[in-house]
Every structure is written in C-alpha cells, then in structure tokens.
Ligand binder design. Sequence first.
Ligand code: SF4
Length: 479
Amino acid sequence: MNPTPGKTNDSLSDSNSEDARQQKQKKKKSSTQLPQPGTTQGSCAFDSAMITLVPITDAAHVVHGPSGCAASIWGSYSSLSSGSMLYKIRFTSDIDENDIIFGGAKKLYKGILELARRYKPMAVFVYSTCITALIGDDIEGVCKDATEKTGIPTIPVHCPGFIGNQNLGNRVAGEALLEHVIGTAEPDTSTPYDINLIGEHNIAGAIWNVLPLLEKLGIRVLAKITGDAIYKEVCYAHRAKLNVLLSSKALINMAKGMEKKYGIPYIEESIYGIESINQCLRNIAAKLGNSDLQERTEKLIAEETAEIDEKLAVYITRLQGKRIILSIGSFKSWLIIFAAKNLGMEVIAILTKNNTEEDKIRVKSLLGQDGIILEQNSPEEILQLINQNQADMLIADKRHQDTSLTARIPFLDINQERNHAYAGYIGILEVAQELYAAFYNPVWEQVYQPAPWSEDEGVGEVGEAGEAGGAGNSSEEEI
Ligand code: SF4
C-alpha cells in the first residue's frame, strides 16, 4: 500500500531531522503549540512531491485537485530533459464544487483513460491534494483500475499539502517510488560499476555536468532519481551497486529503504564546490572497491582540478578578498558559499527569519571558525552591516535591491530563476562568471557619478565599491 499520511508520519520516527521535530511539534495541541522559526518555510508537501517526481520525463503527472494547485507550481522549476517532453504538460482533474459533493474519483479515472489514449505515457503519477484527501477520494483504487484497463503503470502519490513541509513531500515521493516502481523491471545488462544518483533533479542541467566525469571513469549511472530520468530506469534501480545521495536529506528514507530491501549501500555526497566533487568521486570509487578505479579517479581529479584552476585564475585575481553579504534563503545561496570559498571571497552570511536550526548549523560548518553569521533582515540593519563591514556586494532576493543601491554596491538577485548549472567543476566557473558580471557591470560606473544637480558631491566618497565598477570596465576584454 502506498504511504498514507498516517504512515508517513510514522516514518519520521527514525529521523532526527528538523522536519521530524516540526511534525512532532504539530501533533501537540494547538493551544500549547508555539510558532517556531522556519516552520512555514517553502511551499507545500504536494509541491515538493511533484518537484521530486516530475523529472521522470516520459510519464504523465496528474494533479487530482483544483487546477489552482497545479497552476501554483507548474513551470517554476527548470528541470531539463534530454528526451521526452511529456513531463512539461500539466494534467489535472480540475475538481470543482460538484466533485467535492459527489466525489471526484470517477472524473479522475476517465481523465487517466483519456490521457493514456492520447499521449501513451510510460507511466502515470497521480498526486492527491488537500481537497481530494479531505473528501476521501480513493486514488489507490482509481490507479489500480486504470493500470488494469490501460496496461500503463498508474502510481498514487499521497501528498496533500497539509501533511507537512517540503521535506515530507520529497519523502512521500521517494516512498511511492520504493513501493510501486523500483524493482518492477530488470536492466538488459549489469556491471560492477552501476550506481544510482538520487536527489539531483537536473535543474538547469546540473546533472549533465557530472555524468561525463563518471563516464570517463567507466562508472555507469543506472538510474537518475529523478533528474532527466525515464520511467524504465527507475524501475531497475534496484540492480545498482551503490546509491549516491546528492545534496538531499529528503530522500534518505528511500536510500535506507533500498539498503534494507535490496542490500544497496548509500553514501551522502555533494557535487557543488571543487572539494565536494573531488570527495564525491573519491568516495564512489572507494565504495565500488577497486584499486584500479581509485587510481583512475585520482588521475581524473588531478586533470580536472588543474583545468578548472587555470580557468578560474583570472576570476580569482579579480574577485578574491571581496566581501560579500549573502542572505541565506534559496538553494542558490548555498552554492554561492561553495563558489565564494573557491574564489577566495569573504562571506558574511545573513540568516533570515525563515532559516531553521539545521540551516544555522550547516552555515556555521560551511563558513568555518572565522565565518561571520548574523541574524539581520530589515533594510536598515543590512545597510548598517554593509557600512560596518565595508562589504563589496550584496547577494539577496530582489526586495533588498534598493538597499544595495542606497549603499552604492553591486547587487546579485539570489532568487532569480536558475538558468545556469552550478554542479561539478564547470559549475564553479558558471558561478564565478555570474559574480564577475555583477561586480564589474558597467552600470556601476554610472552609479558612482555624482548627480548632475550635486556637482560638489564626488565619487571619492564611494571608495572601494567605486573601484570595482571602474576596474571592471578596463578588464572586460581579458575574460
Ligand atoms: S496546500 Fe493543499 S490546496 Fe494548497 S497548493 Fe498545496 S495541495 Fe493545493
């Protein structure tokens, strides 16, 4: 049986993570429940379940609920595909008032039959939402009937938004795969170097920066769960020799489940930052247990590191020593920390009210002993921080853009859509280019000019930041 909300909450008992703590807190009586910072961070569980599963590109993804649930998130994540584009089509049962009174299961069933006829997907994933979970529509039964009728695997995902936070949605999605998909097919061949990559959804093509490295080492990625994945590869993921969990705690229950059910060990790795990718490759080679592979891995690391160092040299010259004030919010802000360290930049991290205790611990470990971490969020406080620390750049979401303009320092919008892949060695170069472009944008030369009506106020007052803009113009051709 697919995880029901009740079962999902039970599965939290083996986790010490922040979201488990939050769920336990939620179980307390509302009169005694105190609000905790970060508990309302991000969107709903349904949203994150979709983020996890929609990158299965040749499947149809059906939202069983009001079309607004699907509309609120669809298209906001740039997970890329090298093949089928079916995953980009938004299917919804579009529940209305009549369905809420009489039930929407029949409508869902008819919809699945119709899309199966028209699009012939390799599988259909059906997502419950708050409304359809509350009215008790039997999506398990509908999926079973639809599978029998069409011959296309139809998988229920019990992810109404009210069950919890984003991490819980990821977890429900992982458990649906474990329950209904993994182990249902066999690969044509099997090698001792078969691995699964779990938790990287190929946003902006991130996974494509890593696959060539593994290919050079002769390591085969059997299944990508789920960036740029096809349904079939997830079905035979149980034949891998190792699960590599990438930058994601959310799918750890699935990795643990595969270890228990199929004896596949797992490791937790990151592919963001040069040291992290080096360590990731080393750990994979060590786990696959072959000395020849380990030697080849060291050789590859040496080659790739030398190449990226050469490419980064010019950016390091122009960026090292710069002080950036970085608001820790979206996923991208974590990537900036890795890149800034590689580029010799100094990071002053600002924690927002949305950060959890887990975030705080993680930032501290990333910035090390000397890292500065502050909890400030109002424009006045940030302006004060910029002045006190003589910061050279503000990296935050765009509501703080005016603050950077007031301080006359460059600004990088951290929440803009991710169009660049930051993973792997090439990813660091992408971040360096983005930081460089923001720092040395010619617009700063204009910003540092005195206003025509105040000729007496000179550029000199701007100081360090003024130097950044001017230098940027002169060196544009060098890069
Ligand atoms: S919280 Fe519920 S109603 Fe709102 S988007 Fe999520 S599933 Fe839909």
